[in-house]
Design a protein. Structure first.
Length: 246
């Protein structure tokens, strides 16, 4: 009986080691890894805190601008739409399905995700080691465009409306909304710069439309993760191995 239980444990350990990404295997495997400092493939809470610190000002300014729109032309539906789409995408499983479930960080056991971009998010779906498909990329890109432009677009409309009805709203309101709009634009640009400079060039979620990791580094990572490599090759990814010169 004891031998049988031990055999089952060994089989489970071998299966889990093969199927989970090296991101969640023992950290001792990373000591001499060739990808050290080339990929953010281990969870680092400070990276998540840094990204969140650039995200929160943008979201607060965008929501504040949409509240202005609610008071200015009396249109509350832009804020309701923004809130509904954002909550559905981030917290009801849409983003985690189209994007996060493909990421090696998602392979961690448990119901809560730990990664530099989405730490603390619930894991609704099973880990899918293959790359994103075209439909998923379209959904994600559409949402990003919505997120980056919806609030700013309505804030600009609010400035136009306040200017057109200057006698009603006055200088103070118009200037305040203009400042909020300018700060929103700056915060969006800052977030994109931080994302593209400090995260996207090092992110192991390689099929994300914003990802900027080179094919050489992707190939190196896949070689260390046989299960992921197998699925990616079935989807058409070609691993070009370096030619060894004598």
């Amino acid at each position: 009986m004891l031998l049988g239980e031990l055999l089952i444990i060994v089989i489970k350990m071998n299966t889990s080691q093969e199927e989970i990404s090296c991101t969640w295997q023992d950290e001792s495997n990373c000591v001499e890894c060739s990808l050290d400092e080339k990929l953010n493939c281990r969870y680092n809470k400070k990276q998540w805190q840094y990204l969140v610190s650039t995200l929160i000002p943008w979201i607060l300014l965008e929501v504040g601008g949409l509240v202005f729109i609610g008071f200015t032309p009396g249109k509350w539906w832009p804020l309701i739409t923004y809130s509904g789409v954002t909550i559905a995408f981030f917290f009801l499983g849409i983003k985690s399905y189209v994007l996060c479930s493909h990421c090696p960080f998602y392979a961690e056991e448990g119901k809560i995700l730990h990664c530099p971009a989405n730490a603390g998010s619930p894991k609704f779906w099973k880990y899918r080691p293959g790359p994103m498909n075209i439909f998923e990329k379209i959904v994600l890109t559409t949402f990003f465009l919505f997120l980056f432009s919806w609030g700013i677009g309505w804030e600009i409309y609010g400035i136009y409306f306040a200017t057109k009805n200057f006698a009603t709203f006055g200088l103070g309101f118009t200037v305040s909304l203009s400042v909020v709009t300018l700060l929103t634009i700056v915060s969006v640009i800052r977030f994109i710069v931080v994302l593209q400079k400090s995260f996207c060039p090092y992110c192991p979620n390689f099929s994300c439309p914003l990802n900027r990791v080179s094919k050489k580094i992707i190939a190196e990572y896949l070689e260390k993760n046989p299960k992921m490599k197998e699925v990616w090759e079935k989807k058409g990814f070609v691993i070009i191995k370096p030619i060894k010169t004598p």
